[in-house]
Design a protein. Structure first.
Length: 313
């Protein structure tokens, strides 16, 4: 069985009320048990909320005061959930010899791979049973009730766990956002590089390279889609594989793109080359756009000051 599964089974088997009652009863006559009563309630609340590290830390502050063997098993289970086999072994070696060598701790010795003959102060099982039997588990509900935590103390412990839970969730959320930001920045850097390479290919007249450079991700990314699609359209335009509807599709998809003037100019040129009179209407649309090299050229063509050519804009 895996250590984590065994540890959870140990936790599930622990009779919390019985252990709490035993500590409370001891605190009536033994002063050094009074703090353990409060600590144990805090440990239980933290364990139940999943804060095994904090619960384990509370346990490490306990001095080696005699407690029932079940308490040591509970302590080991929390340590195992908090830090796995390494921490469990470390905590096991700090237990009193009587607890380490008890028959009830045999599964823990096996799981953390501790040879009982390597432990100091090995004691016979019979003596161990006598020693631990003296830790009375008898129930005295009246005494236990008088020593239980007040309602205010329980509320305080609960709030402590709620604060830990909130902090844990906030940290997890912060880490998640940071990871998302890093991923986005990495993706943006890759897409920016692809656009730069595609532009270089266009400038070098390596038009067939454009589609190879631009991946599906950069074409679909809302931040880069308009420019990536424009580079693809321009490359197709340069090798005469574009038709008027390709330009129309771009204009419909990206009506606010900064490349709209250039696309209208290319569309007008292709329409004229195909003998379609509609190129005049395309030039008029371009001429109405805010002043730019392409819109200025369109107005000049309409005014007869220049001819429509395949100029770059």
């Amino acid at each position: 069985m895996k250590l984590e599964e065994f540890a959870q089974e140990e936790i599930d088997r622990v009779d919390i009320d019985q252990l709490s009652g035993w500590l409370a009863k001891q605190s009536l006559s033994k002063r050094n048990y009074k703090k353990l009563v409060e600590d144990f309630q805090a440990i239980v609340i933290m364990q139940q909320a999943g804060f095994y590290e904090q619960a384990d830390e509370r346990f490490t502050q306990w001095k080696n005061i005699p407690v029932p063997i079940e308490m040591y098993r509970y302590r080991m289970a929390i340590a195992a959930r908090a830090g796995g086999k390494t921490l469990a072994k470390k905590r096991f070696m700090l237990l009193p010899d009587m607890a380490k060598n008890h028959n009830y701790m045999k599964p823990w010795r096996k799981l953390v791979r501790v040879n009982p003959w390597m432990m100091s102060g090995f004691v016979a099982a019979g003596i161990l049973l006598i020693g631990l039997f003296q830790l009375d588990f008898s129930d005295d509900s009246a005494e236990t009730a008088t020593q239980k935590k007040s309602e205010q103390q329980v509320v305080a412990l609960t709030k402590e766990v709620e604060t830990l839970t909130e902090t844990k969730e906030q940290l997890a959320d912060k880490v998640k956002k940071q990871e998302q930001q890093v991923a986005q920045e990495k993706e943006t850097a890759v897409h920016t590089y692809q656009l730069k390479e595609a532009k270089a290919a266009l400038d070098a007249k390596a038009y067939t390279e454009v589609d190879r450079i631009l991946t599906k991700e950069v074409v679909e990314d809302p931040k880069t889609a308009a420019t990536a699609s424009f580079y693809q359209l321009k490359a197709k335009h340069r090798v005469y594989k574009s038709i008027p509807k390709n330009y129309s599709a771009y204009l419909t998809t990206y009506p606010k793109s900064v490349h709209v003037p250039s696309v209208l100019w290319m569309k007008a040129f292709r329409e004229q080359a195909l003998g379609q009179p509609v190129y005049q209407e395309t030039l008029k649309k371009l001429a109405k756009l805010p002043k730019s090299p392409a819109s200025t050229a369109a107005r000049d063509v309409l005014a007869g000051k220049r001819v429509l050519n395949d100029q770059d804009f």
